[in-house]
Design a binder for this molecule. Sequence first.
Ligand SMILES: [Zn+2]
Ligand SMILES: [Zn+2]
Length: 312
Amino acid sequence: MHTDMDRRAFLTAAAGLTAAAWLPRWSEAQGGKTRLILLGTGGGPRPKKVNMSSAQVIIVNDVLYVVDCGDGVARQLVIAGVSLQRLRHVFVTHHHSDHNADYGNLLLLSWASGLRTRVDTWGPPPIEKITRLFFEMSAYDIDTRIADEGRVPLVPLIHVHELTQPGVVMRDENVKVTCALVDHPPVTPAFAYRFDTADRSIVISGDTNRSDNLVKLAQGADVLVHEALYVPAVDRLVARVPNAATLKKHIIDSHTSVEDCGRVAAAAGVKTLVLSHLVPPDDPTITEQMWIDAARPHFKGEIIVARDLMEI
Ligand SMILES: [Zn+2]
Ligand SMILES: [Zn+2]
């Protein structure tokens, strides 16, 4: 889409003035441009026709940094033309199923697609237990494929890191990753992540109420992908979901109205606000323009309403 190319060219030019000093020079010399692909942009775990649950991938110098693993993340990567064999890092913001339902499947199915190299995964507790139990559950398939297809053992490839504190998560030759605690009761800890590369800075909010920690984390970022809630539609949404008596209270208490998304983006001074993890995710009466109009009075920068497989 030519508008995306224009946007990226603009961001690249703008970021060139402030390229992070800590990055090794060869990384910049390679000329690798940081890509952000939105894989799943709907809020909530319910499988939907129009969009998938939360997932995105940042690609730097052909290295994959996946953030959240909603339903279908492996398939969305394939549809986006991204090789699962190149999976290298997986970051989980928090352990709601719309963010982690396919965490284990991403590892398993990438391996079944030829992955044979190390993968580091990061997230709040109990990600170690989740990983261990997933491999235990999948042992029959894993052992069968090792014996029958000559695969390398999967389990030793996966290195799990539990995060409990805000701060620097990791850094490598491509990126520095920082996390902040966000406010998503009753799930704790819940994290937002910031990725600083040679040419871009990208922040993924995860799920949160309006968060001052997120404002600090996102200071001056090129792109803020923020979860967004269209409050007037919540009653209709809740009426469609059976057996969820306290769902409305959770939605209001634990998520961010689209108006507040604009306020957070303005307070952080980001260039581009991407409204994602849309709630409601699939209400055809809420148009793209309505999302933008709700955020616009509070934020003067670029506003994008996320759609699955959009590259930014
Ligand atoms: Zn969510
Ligand atoms: Zn959540």
